[in-house]
Design a protein around this ligand. Structure first.
Ligand code: XIL
Length: 377
């Protein structure tokens, strides 16, 4: 009698254990991340830059992919000064409104890019020579643009690319006319126009030790004079070979020690040859003499398997670093949704076929995508 009872209870325990284990396995299966934003949801936001065509809704495939994989957006061009404020008394908000509408509809983290930048600046601003006039122009611009999207745009790239490669201030129209106070001025205006928005200083080559020192100086100066700055945006237009993980890591640490968050705002990894003395991502650079040169465009149809694997490995190393420092990083944004829409097809040489992102021209997942989804985080 006792034995039968014992055997019975043992059987029940065994059955319970088996069913519990199957349930656990089932759970693991359903919990498996299936998208980028899901995979990194406990680490940082995953963003993509949107082109004019994508925002206007003409590229449905891109928007479908965006909604599935990403939880943050940045406008690639449509909020730049020349687009949004082309003449002194005229603003063009049509595309920007659509962009913000899309982000709100999808409940995404919305980035504004960018308020004060020497490139893609409206020509009428470039003619201003008087300091007071330039200050009042910047004031109108920031109040109007930031004010319009108050409470809707979560993060603003307030000043873009104010530094030279050696960390000194770039001789832009803003520096030349107003002196270095223009930077604090822009941040103050943005903070006033939307006190809840996160405010970022954004630039390329921020892994470089000399430029890093320049950013540290700039952020400290702002903080010491009581000006709000929330983050440093490292653009991250990188290649298969560089920058080194160590240089990137040193910058993440240096910036976060200032008490601001780091974001990777424009990530892409070029796979095309870059044999000339090309540094960073200054949009003015162009190399017309290489246009149509097949040596400069080795993958006009598709990426070879070995290059695909190299790209995957590079992204893996980069994201392993990001995960290591996830407490310091708020967002990782890719500069484009898929290879077909990347600016690197036309910069710095027009008409090439680049493959720098995680989705190919047919919006299919590349090896790099699958590698990132398998990262242990
Ligand atoms: C690029 C856009 O992707 C291109 O479409 C445009 O022709 C030039 O600008 N740094 C920045 C971005 O901050 O705004 C730039 O975007 C790339 C470099």
């Amino acid at each position: 009698m006792i034995n039968t009872a014992k055997i019975l209870s043992l059987l029940i325990v065994i059955i319970l254990c088996i069913s519990c284990d199957t349930e656990k396995k089932e759970k693991q299966k359903t919990n498996e991340p299936t998208t980028l934003k899901d995979n990194f949801k406990n680490n940082f936001l995953i963003g993509a830059a949107l082109s004019n065509t994508q925002i206007s809704g003409a590229d449905k495939n891109a928007i479908n992919l965006l909604e599935k994989e990403f939880n943050s957006i940045t406008p690639e061009n449509d909020m730049k000064w020349e687009q949004i404020h082309p003449e002194k008394d005229s603003f063009y908000f049509e595309i920007a409104d659509k962009y913000v509408g899309l982000g709100l509809k999808e409940n995404m983290h919305i980035v504004g890019h960018t308020l004060v930048w020497h490139s893609q600046l409206a020509p009428w601003v470039q003619n201003i020579k008087d300091s007071t006039e330039l200050a009042s122009t910047i004031k109108t611009h920031i109040n109007k643009v930031v004010g319009r999207y108050k409470g809707k745009i979560d993060t603003w790239d307030v000043v873009n690319e104010a530094l030279n490669e050696d960390g000194t201030l770039r001789e832009s129209i803003f520096l030349n006319v107003m002196g270095e106070k223009y930077i604090a001025y822009a941040f103050k205006l943005a903070a006033h126009a939307d006190p809840n928005a996160k405010l970022v200083y954004n630039d390329y080559n921020l892994w470089k030790p000399e430029k890093r020192a320049g950013v540290v100086r700039l952020v400290k100066q702002l903080q010491e004079s009581g000006v709000k700055i929330d983050g440093v945006g490292m653009q991250a237009h990188w290649s298969l070979e560089g920058p080194s993980i160590e240089d990137i890591e040193n910058s993440i640490i240096a910036y976060s020690q200032l008490g601001v968050k780091v974001s990777f705002t424009e990530l892409d990894v070029t796979v095309l040859p870059n044999p000339w003395d090309l540094n960073g991502a200054a949009v003015e650079q162009s190399y017309e003499q290489y246009e149509g040169d097949p040596k400069m465009n080795p993958y006009p149809v598709k990426l070879t398997d070995s290059a695909q694997t190299q790209l995957a490995k590079r992204y893996q190393d980069i994201f392993n670093l990001f995960l290591k420092h996830q407490d310091k990083i708020s967002r990782v944004t890719f500069w484009g949704v898929n290879d077909g829409s990347s600016w690197l097809n036309n910069w710095p040489i027009q008409g090439r076929t680049n493959h720098p992102l995680l989705f190919d021209r047919q919006f299919q997942q590349k090896e790099a995508y699958k590698t990132l989804l398998n990262l242990n985080n």
